[in-house]
Design a binder for this molecule. Sequence first.
Ligand code: NAD
Length: 288
Amino acid sequence: MKKIGFIGLGNMGKGMSINLSKQNLEIIGYDINDNAYKNLKNTKILIANNLNHLISESEIIITMLPDGIAVKKVWSEMMPFSKTGQYFIDCSTIDVKTSKSVQIIAKEKGLLTLDAPVSGGVIGADQGTLTFMVGGASKTYNEMKFLFEIMGKNSILCGEEGSGQSAKICNNMLLASTMIAVGESFNLGKNLGLDLNKLFDVISTSTGSCWAVNSYCPIKGIGPNSPADKDYEGGFATALMYKDLGLAVDAAAETKSKINYGIQTYEKYKEVTENNKGNLDFSNIINE
Ligand code: NAD
């Protein structure tokens, strides 16, 4: 039975590790916050005493951590205990530079690495329907694809190390901007006296259709169930979207890419996050 170490058992890591544990795999988990273990009661997931314990028990190590600082810290703490031929997969969303640099160091130690950030949110993590955007060697990707098939429904090898992170920030910058545009469109419809259910029926089947409307409509009572129906609780936090937009803005500056809407979008999410609403789902942006 393959042994997998899973580090970072928060909103996303919980569902992902539980889905792995339901297969013929042995999962050992680790998190600096003991509260994370409460969600793993009644599962087959074992808990590691520390990183050294986890790495000595695992052939494959997956990290699902908040940001690049945490990934750099955890990966560098693991390096002295790592063994040639172990697989290290980072599923967190982090900056391309850090992703490349931690993988270069790991490869010098004989480790096989991938960056594999995800799309699909907490629901996707719980239901095993995530999309993985992967960067790294195709041989390593093919060997690890079975894990992406358990935790998700799509995985795309985007290119060399860091490419998964590059694809992720492009996707999220587009989603963040789209959500603002969806809010403006529905607001205009409301002010014109339209029944918003009718407007949803039109947009979701017309050229304006997009994931933010069809699958995640940000207006209470309209379209499929979404965080808007729970007063924007849960879902994908505004602060995390702001973090991802920051990664996109930095990457655009480094590559001299023009992202006018991206910068305006970044400024808006920054304002809302700094206005103490960073914990609400990002679709709340339509109300701000
Ligand atoms: P989270 O904060 O809920 O979970 C992160 C976990 O990592 C926490 O339990 C935390 O205690 C743990 N952690 C932090 N530092 C650690 C360390 N040094 N050692 C061990 N554990 C440590 O965050 P999340 O929502 O699960 O997101 C994780 C990553 O996935 C982020 O990079 C985020 O951008 C990305 N992401 C999140 C979503 C979403 O909808 N929440 C969607 C797509 C991608």
